[in-house]
Design a protein around this ligand. Structure first.
Ligand SMILES: Cc1ncc(COP(=O)(O)O)c(C=O)c1O
Length: 380
């Protein structure tokens, strides 16, 4: 899923680049610090997350996942008396890490970077749409982190975060949500039911450069208790004799020096407004539903329940589907990638730009059907 770049966000990006200020420290870019503070309040409100949560402006969802899971690692070990920032994982009490079978590779990468390993995980089975099955959660004891996902990169489906939180929190586990795509569904009234209960988790990761349509690189890590993120990310308070360590941007991100990416997020939100953001998301989801209906109508198999902006379509057997995808890509009207969904080759349609119009959708559909017709075997 790639986003677009809203005009206001692109202009703000150019402007902030021309300012050339270091946004890691408030004293070096007071304007960025002020805009990030405002933006943080807006984001938590739009996404219906706890108002007191801490936010870090990072490069993308991979770093957001990493930062959130570092905060989780800190918190679950602190509860059993272990200071992971000082002592590392040498001799630490073991942490049980639970993921769904459809966990995104970036979460696995984050876990491996954090010394939690990508192989020693408890994997929980998922349903036909890739949603973690809460009843399949293991019995939880000791330090535990559960990695959930809202917005499966293939099906768009969302884990039942509310149900997972209910049993996880009884056992003192930390629940993280990888919401690279799906966190934004919370800002769209017609889709918000998909992410019911999101606010009961402990940490969230999302991309601004996907559905918020700001330029790359831009992601957000959000932590219910800012002190957990700060404990995992901050350096010595004495480093620069800061007046306000609590609010210093660089105490909430892996980076110290960085660009002022909050400025373009501010501009995106300011230009869209609450209704503009909801409209962008709902419009994209509506187009996805339309793609699915037309492709189904033409006799091709849509493999997922199209609940958000992702559509998985098979044009027949694996070879045919791959040939159709290659033909569509070569023709160039639109670009869709290939994937394998539950053993079946599929083309993945992802509608995610403010600039996509009904006309684009119709032209893309025509291109898909024109190219698929060259390989007839997929029709039912
Ligand atoms: C569910 C999910 N998590 C995380 C990521 C990683 O995002 P990024 O490439 O912005 O780091 C993606 C990217 O597609 C994703 O789909």
């Amino acid at each position: 899923m790639v986003g677009g770049a809203l005009p206001a966000a692109l202009a703000a990006n150019w402007l902030a680049t021309a300012w050339d200020q270091n946004a890691g420290m408030a004293v070096l870019s007071p304007v960025s610090a002020a805009l990030e503070t405002i933006t943080q309040t807006w984001l938590l409100d739009l996404l219906a997350l706890p108002a007191e949560a801490g936010v870090g402006f990072v490069t993308g969802a991979t770093m957001a996942n990493l930062s959130a899971l570092a905060a989780a690692r800190h918190a679950v070990l602190e509860r059993v008396g272990w200071d992971v920032e000082s002592q590392g994982l040498f001799g630490a009490p073991p942490i049980t890490v639970v993921v769904g079978d459809e966990v995104h590779v970036s979460v696995l990468k984050a876990l491996s970077l954090l010394g939690l390993g990508r192989e020693r995980l408890v994997r929980v089975s998922v349903d036909s749409q890739g949603r973690m099955r809460p009843e399949a959660l293991p019995t939880l004891t000791g330090p535990t982190i559960i990695c959930t996902q809202v917005g499966n990169i293939s099906s768009g489906a969302c884990d039942p975060v509310d149900e997972i939180c209910a049993s996880a929190h009884d056992a003192g586990a930390w629940v993280h949500v990888d919401g690279a795509l799906g966190l934004w569904l919370a800002a769209a009234p017609a889709q918000a039911h998909l992410v019911r209960g999101l606010a009961s988790a402990d940490s969230w990761a999302t991309d601004a450069h996907k559905w918020l349509n700001v330029p790359y690189d831009s992601g957000l890590v959000i932590c219910r208790r800012p002190e957990h993120l700060r404990a995992a990310m901050s350096v010595s308070a004495a480093y620069l004799e800061q007046q306000d360590v609590r609010g210093e941007p660089y105490h909430y991100t892996p980076e110290m020096s960085r660009r002022a990416r909050g400025v373009e997020i501010w501009a995106a939100l300011r230009s869209l407004g609450r209704t503009g953001l909801a409209d962008l998301i709902e419009r994209n989801c509506g187009y996805a539903t339309h793609f699915a209906a037309k492709l189904r109508g033409a006799g091709y198999q849509v493999l997922n329940e199209v609940v958000s902006n992702q559509v998985l379509v098979s044009f027949g057997d694996a070879d045919t589907t791959r040939q159709v995808i290659a033909a569509i890509q070569a023709e160039g009207t639109c670009w869709c990638g290939g994937t394998v969904w539950h053993g079946q080759a599929a083309m993945r349609i992802s509608v995610s730009s403010w600039a996509t119009t009904e006309e684009d959708v119709e032209r893309s559909l025509a291109a898909m059907l024109r190219n698929a017709a060259k390989f007839q075997s997929g029709r039912q």
